[in-house]
Design a protein around this ligand. Structure first.
Ligand SMILES: NC(=O)c1ccc[n+]([C@@H]2O[C@H](COP(=O)([O-])OP(=O)(O)OC[C@H]3O[C@@H](n4cnc5c(N)ncnc54)[C@H](O)[C@@H]3O)[C@@H](O)[C@H]2O)c1
Ligand SMILES: O=P(O)(O)OC[C@@H](O)[C@@H](O)[C@H](O)[C@H](O)CO
Length: 392
């Protein structure tokens, strides 16, 4: 068996590559970052540090790497692979689709396309598999669409492992190493894959997957967003410190309750099952053995304030199912004031706030109209955070 992994970042190296290596499946990384591809090819191995469980640290080998721009090499490697994984960041799926469409045309012309092609999307994004499918299909010439529709299965998955940047001393020893949380399973939407998908230890194919990723996104990532944006305002650097701050925990528990009630209604999950899921997220955030940072979780606030992302998407879900997103609105209010000086997106957000104002950001970034109830709620929360002195 062989695999191909689009993206060679923290999750691709620290989770997908790790699982493939443990299953003795050789694989190829494909990335847009030329320097990263050269390093992978040159060094031929990298370390994965498992936080809280160092006995399971790994030295990953048996991989190759290719640049995405080498579309003939991509088509060749993709044709030779039994399974493909994608972890490039949701906002990069459309640009990846351009290359995948080109590579698929080459596959149709130069290789046989007469059996299922399985792709597993590993992104925190709304319906990333549907998006990728549409973006590839829209770019295919008519002669290739029949083969695409018949043979290509693109499945969502829910990545619960965290991949965190290593310390400087770790990086001095190995510039490709990744720190990860002690989590070993990747739930994947079985029904999106035609035929028999590859059996890989750690990949759990789930038949009724609908809502699994949304549930994870609006529970785990909504919580991470809440803790990190409020944590930043409260001066915390470590995610753990922010997650045990009693003032933040009050808001966090409100967020779990609000999104939990909506998810229970939407998907007919048992309330106690959703409660346990939220508790596992809280436990992870409050685990002192997991080193993670407010900065990593808050990074790229303009993306994270998007209409379908973890915060505004959660608030909309809560409203849709009859709730009042008080906690989520507090997290959104805090996110609007995330101004980390080293984060280009935070710098842009700050300029937008100063030049165009909160109403403009709510309308243009979050797609919340000025006079909507949600906009008023968020602005109330901004006022409250100012009154408490969390926003100066
Ligand atoms: N890091 C985590 O803890 C974590 C956990 C769960 C889910 N995720 C999700 O996984 C995805 C990847 O996150 P990450 O932390 O690994 O990010 P990352 O920034 O470490 O890695 C992304 C990689 O994708 C590459 N890339 C960008 N555009 C590309 C393209 N068009 N084609 C090929 N490669 C491309 C980048 O060069 C980079 O190497 C994101 O959607 C993220 O939300 C991350
Ligand atoms: O990867 P992002 O930037 O979309 O989000 C940051 C974190 O919330 C995220 O990486 C989580 O740690 C991960 O999704 C595990 O739950």
């Amino acid at each position: 068996m062989k695999a191909i992994v689009f993206g060679a970042g923290k999750i691709a190296r620290g989770f997908i590559g790790h699982l493939l290596y443990l299953n003795r499946i050789p694989f190829v990384f494909v990335d847009v970052n030329t320097q990263l591809v050269s390093l992978l090819k040159e060094r031929k191995n990298y370390r994965v540090y498992v936080m809280g469980n160092p006995e399971r640290n790994g030295l990953i080998q048996d991989f190759d790497a290719t640049e995405l721009s080498d579309v003939h090499a991509v088509a060749r490697e993709w044709s030779a692979a039994d399974i493909a994984f994608i972890s490039v960041g949701g906002k990069n799926l459309a640009s990846l689709a351009e290359a995948l469409a080109e590579a698929f045309v080459i596959r149709c012309m130069e290789y046989k396309v007469d059996s299922p092609i399985h792709m597993i999307v590993c992104e925190n994004w709304k319906k990333p598999a549907d998006l990728l499918r549409q973006e590839i299909r829209n770019r295919l010439p008519g002669v290739c669409t029949e083969a695409f529709d018949r043979w290509v299965g693109i499945a969502e998955s829910a990545v619960m492992r965290s991949g965190v940047e290593p310390t400087e001393s770790m990086l001095n020893g190995d510039p490709l190493c990744v720190r990860v949380s002690d989590y070993w399973e990747l739930p994947v939407d079985r029904e999106a894959l035609p035929g028999e998908p590859a059996r890989i230890e750690g990949i759990r194919y789930i038949d009724q997957f609908a809502g699994f990723l949304e549930r994870k996104f609006y529970t785990y990532n909504a919580a991470n967003g809440t803790v990190s944006y409020l944590g930043y305002l409260r001066g915390h650097e470590s995610l753990y410190d922010a997650a045990i701050d009693p003032e933040i925990v009050k808001v966090l528990d409100g967020v779990y309750r609000e999104t939990g009630e909506a998810l229970v209604r939407k998907y007919g999950i048992l309330p106690q099952e959703q409660k346990a899921f939220a508790l596992s997220s809280r436990k992870k955030l409050q685990d002192p053995g997991i080193v993670d940072f407010v900065e990593r979780n808050a990074r790229d606030p303009i993306r994270k304030l998007g209409p379908d992302d973890r915060l505004v998407g959660s608030a909309r879900l809560v409203q849709e199912y009859g709730g009042e997103p008080e906690g989520v609105a507090t997290a959104i209010a805090a996110a609007l004031y995330y101004d980390h000086p080293q984060d280009p997106s935070a710098k842009q957000l700050k300029s937008l706030r100063e030049e165009k104002g909160i109403d403009w950001i709510l309308a243009s970034v979050c797609r919340i109209a000025e006079d909507e109830r949600l906009a008023l709620l968020i602005k109330d929360k901004v006022f409250e955070l100012k009154r408490k002195g969390w926003i100066s």
